[in-house]
Design a binder for this molecule. Structure first.
Ligand code: MTE
Ligand code: MOS
Length: 751
């Protein structure tokens, strides 16, 4: 291949390095107003009254909106269980549940007015933990707190547990994780009396379009959403930008002026989504030689005050509850539980890191108790063609699971490394080293929980001079989608990468392409680009044949026509002058999956990525500090389209997963107010914490994927937390069943 699989320069690198990309913070329109949000500061209560009179008097204020101003106040991506603005008589369900909005000529005036909005709340006792919520004596939302349930029922679990040589019965807990994207949430809305246009930072322009249309009761044709450059999403900009955009849109609708609503970091911390905290109980049965015979798991996800994406996140917790192993007897329950805290939702891994931590910890614990090496127990249970996942999906091809285990073993020189660690620990009193494995699976695409959204569009347009624009329905948020799309277009068209511009998505151009989530962009948008580019290439070839050319070879920026080297631009000039159509759309839809939602069995996803990580950590037993020293990680992602981009994803994912495993924590006070609200006390990994990362790939091609590709965006994080946690447990000889493993947690365990 000419480009696919080769080293290229990221196509948006230069504009980003030079500060020329337009982010929402940079985007301005003449006469633009600024928005501010009013929070109740009370986690649970009934809103008795709102008084906006003082706020309206602040000079420069153009509008102060309350629930009365919202045409349709119901909101929510899966169930309509939230409001745009809390109505009087209705419930405030978390401390940053918006009660009013302000638009003013300056940010300062908007914030000053926001502080002058007065309201009365009759406080109710807040429900702050999963355990408290499960009592259901105080109901946060709807009819009961444990409002959502998903299950898998396969085989006879109780019998298999009875027949097991070893049963591991353990409980696990995991905490919040904040996305910590560099750019906070933000949108600019402009209602010109005819069309509502939204520009903003987002992963899913079509979600924003749908929600703005519903809230303002406008037809979809009157709502146009254009994604601006997005400074990181990590799942945090899946549904949340809809909630930001509807606020900006409402203010613009009321004032008929453009309104910019860019969140301050503290608003972003308090109001917007995080990773779900979880509690789970696992009972896993093993044969004497380490084969997993049965999996029984009950998992609770703390979804906060509103369900948002939880029902979909739960689907991934469910299907990933057994990690990457072939298990025949499976009984899994996942519950989504309301509490009076910030709503939780999508975060890289999407409900899987919580359960992977549990299952991978158990694999290590079983290996220890059975006297088997942790690598060997994983090899023994690993998936391969012909075996089935925990949902009973029999895998036919593209299963490089065992190869990833073997690649890490080899690259780390595992046997020697183990001995070195042993030697080190013999000599060292206060510093202890440990090695930890993880072996995880990732179902690429939305899968059977969201097949109606699993399709994507692309437009490829070759201009008269041979330069090319590509537009996809998916978004770039840092993960490198633009470069991958440009590479695919060029591979097919035979043009130069530098000649391609990937445009920002615009809902008025392309059909709803579903969300940019579930690591699906390479497969979905990539296929759509490939299809569109192929149509154009075929038409050009046909034209050249008509012109009398006998041999046509498609190169890299140069086509060879009857032995003559012709630059792509010249080929196109010829075609363009002969009125050949040079713009096309492509559409890719998922192969249909068969899944029984009642038993949770069947084909859960179109394909799977497999990942193995080995981490070497060093723990200081005096301070409790864990340092990750080196990581070896291998992913089977099918054909690697952009090797440098893929390595970048792995590095970022490992480090983000390390933050989740070791340091990141959100805390609330006893009244349910978030006490960690900014980066002054929310700890994320620093550059000095980054270990040496050895990234490798196995390329078991996926026949449906563009050039055989699968997906990597999320697995790059998922392998990291369980591997690091297992390494800490290995270093200290005690099992950690709670994340994050902060220094305090380490010292508590050792005391
Ligand atoms: N990488 C960067 N740099 N920034 C991001 O916001 N999001 C992650 C992952 N990698 C993200 C990222 C998440 S949550 C997903 S679902 C995938 O990228 C989405 O992109 P893909 O479909 O192209 O893999
Ligand atoms: Mo990613 S959590 O699927 O946006």
């Amino acid at each position: 291949m000419k480009l696919v699989g080769r080293k290229v320069k990221r196509i948006d690198a230069m504009e980003k390095a030079l500060g020329r990309s337009t982010y929402t913070h940079d985007f301005e329109l003449p006469g633009m107003l600024y928005g501010a949000v009013v929070y109740p500061g009370v986690a649970h209560g009934v809103l008795k009254s709102i008084d906006t009179s003082k706020a309206k008097k602040v000079p420069g204020v153009a509008a102060v909106a309350t629930y009365k101003d919202v045409p349709n106040n119901e909101l929510g991506i899966v169930t309509k269980d939230m409001h745009v603005l809390v109505p009087v008589g209705g419930k405030v369900r978390f401390e940053a549940d918006p009660v009013a909005l302000v638009a003013a000529e300056t940010k300062e005036a908007a914030e000053e007015a926001a502080a002058l909005v007065k309201f009365e709340i009759e406080e109710l006792p807040p429900v702050l933990t999963i355990d408290r919520a499960l009592k259901n004596d105080i109901v946060v939302n709807g009819e009961r707190n444990d409002a959502f349930h998903r299950k898998i029922r396969r085989g006879d679990v109780e019998k298999a547990l009875e027949e097991s040589h070893l049963v591991i019965d353990m409980e696990f807990e995991t905490g919040y994780q904040e996305h910590a994207y560099l750019e906070t949430q933000g949108a600019v809305a402009w209602w010109d009396g005819n069309t509502m246009t939204i520009w903003g930072s987002m992963q899913c322009p079509y979600y924003v379009q749908n929600d703005v249309a519903e809230v303002l009761r406008l037809p979809l044709s009157k709502v146009r959403v254009i994604q601006l450059e997005t400074g990181g999403g990590f799942g945090g900009k899946e549904d949340v930008p809809s909630y930001i955009a509807v606020k900006a849109a409402l203010l613009s609708y009321l004032t008929m002026k453009p309104v910019k609503l860019v969140y301050k970091r503290e608003w972003d911390f308090r109001e917007t989504s995080k990773r779900h905290p979880s509690k789970s109980r696992y009972r896993v049965g093993f044969s004497k030689d380490g084969k997993v015979l049965a999996l029984h798991a009950t998992v609770y996800l703390d979804m906060g005050a509103y369900s948002t994406l939880t029902p979909i996140v739960m689907y991934r917790s469910l299907t990933h509850a057994g990690s990457a192993y072939s298990i025949d007897n499976v009984h899994v329950d996942v519950y989504g539980v309301y509490t009076n805290k910030v709503p939780t939702g999508a975060f890289r891994g999407f409900g899987s890191p919580q359960v992977l931590f549990a299952m991978e910890s158990i694999m290590d614990e079983a290996a220890k108790r059975l006297g088997i090496d942790p690598l060997e127990i994983r090899m023994k249970n690993a998936l391969q063609p012909g075996k089935s996942t925990i949902t009973g999906h029999v895998l036919k091809s593209s299963v490089g699971a065992k190869q990833t285990l073997m690649a890490v073993k080899k690259a780390s020189n595992y046997e020697k490394l183990k001995k070195e660690v042993e030697e080190f620990n013999k000599k060292s009193v206060f510093l202890k080293r440990g090695l930890g494995w993880s072996h995880v699976i990732y179902g690429v695409s939305l899968g059977s929980a969201g097949q109606h959204l699993d399709a994507s569009a692309a437009q490829v347009h070759v201009k008269a001079d041979g330069s090319v624009t590509v537009m996809i329905g998916g978004t770039e948020m840092g993960q490198g989608a633009k470069t991958v799309m440009a590479m695919i277009a060029c591979e097919v068209l035979g043009c130069e990468l530098e000649k391609v511009t990937v445009l920002q998505p615009d809902t008025s151009v392309l059909q709803d392409s579903g969300p940019t989530v579930a690591s699906r962009t390479t497969v979905f948008s990539g296929n759509a680009v490939k299809i569109a580019a192929q149509k154009i290439r075929d038409r050009i070839v046909e034209f050249l044949k008509k012109e009398g050319y006998k041999s046509i070879e498609i190169g890299k920026g140069i086509w060879v026509l009857d032995g003559e080297h012709v630059p792509f631009g010249a080929v196109i000039r010829k075609a363009n002058d002969a009125n050949v159509k040079l713009v096309e759309t492509g559409w890719y839809e998922t192969p249909k999956l068969h899944f029984d939602q009642e038993t949770g069995t069947g084909e859960a996803y179109i394909t799977y990525t497999f990942s193995t990580q080995l981490s070497l950590v060093e723990v200081d037993i005096l301070t409790g500090r864990v340092q990750v020293k080196e990581v070896w990680v291998c992913h089977d992602i099918g054909k690697v389209i952009n090797p440098d981009g893929a390595i970048g994803q792995v590095q970022g994912g490992v480090v983000q997963g390390m933050g989740y495993a070791l340091m990141e924590e959100i805390k609330h006070d006893e009244k349910g107010r978030m006490i960690i609200r900014n980066f002054d006390n929310y700890t994320v990994p620093l550059i000095t914490d980054i270990p040496k990362i050895n990234a490798m790939f196995v390329e078991e091609e996926f026949e449906e994927g563009p050039f055989g590709a699968k997906g990597l965006g999320e697995p790059s994080l998922m392998s990291s937390p369980p591997s690091i946690a297992n390494a800490v447990s290995n270093a200290l000889g005690v099992r950690f069943n709670r994340l994050p493993i902060t220094p305090e947690e380490v010292l508590l365990k050792l005391s």
